[in-house]
Write a protein that binds this ligand. Sequence first.
Ligand SMILES: [Zn+2]
Length: 323
Amino acid sequence: MPELPEVQTTVDGLNLRLKNLTITDIWSSYNSASHAGKDNIKNVLYFKNFRAVVSGAKFLKAERRGKNILIDLSNQHTVLIHMKMTGHLLYGSYNLHKDGGKEIWRPDKNAANEALHDPFNQHLRLVFSLSDGKQLAFSDMRKFAKVFVVPTSEKYTLPDIAELGPDALAKNFTFEKFCEQILKRPNTAIKQVLLDQSLMSGIGNIYSDEMLWAAGIHPLSTPAAIPKNSANQSMNHSLKSLYKEMRIVLERGLHFGGDSESDYRNIDGVPGEFQNKHHAYRHTGEVCAKRGCGGIIQRLKIGGRSAHFCSKHQTRFTSNKKK
Ligand SMILES: [Zn+2]
């Protein structure tokens, strides 16, 4: 699933490519009976209204809140997109083809952008046609994405946004605030705590594994048992080092254009490179890359999610006191 660095990379791309463009029409092939009556374009009746509200509006700006994309339009409405497991937005030249009774969007044969032909970019379920003759298309292989529109005045009061904890990369998300948030779940595995978007937002499975690896903390450690500061400045294994590594790992993800271990592509259809920088995530059975460690990366299920870690240098801090 796209996490903070991937969503931010997409948002930056939207602001770069869509400035001052008008949405001239919208097409969707989402049609889910289980979404009947819901405020989501997968409900075909809702999509009719969505199309009426959004068509003709100009793109103003995109911003990220946690893993959500908010797109402000000139008509005082905002589109919320959560890419979920396999969704990503693509900008380029597309044509609508009729294949039997089915409508399919395909990249223009002469499109300058070769990356749009990447097989991971072909699951187009939603297409915004734009005033420059190009399209903003949404590829979503597994169809888990969430898309809807609200008046801009309501965007920050939506439960999707209002219930998010502080952004993991926000300047004012200090070490003290980080500890305060984490210690709200003192006896829960740190891996699960990092994934809880109501405590802090933006972190998912990949970056949580990488920051725990870098900080030398075992994913089953419980926050109350982890020392706040490291006894030795050169050593890891503390909340202080976890906070520091959280910022470093997320910044690295951004620097490398996000992570394309799975479906993620930026809006030009190009993969990021962070998947080549992993030390733990999906490195099960490999020798730990930490200098002088020699441990083996292991995999463990925690709360239904896979955690990848080195059992040698990642210390497990747990207290016997159960609350
Ligand atoms: Zn190790």
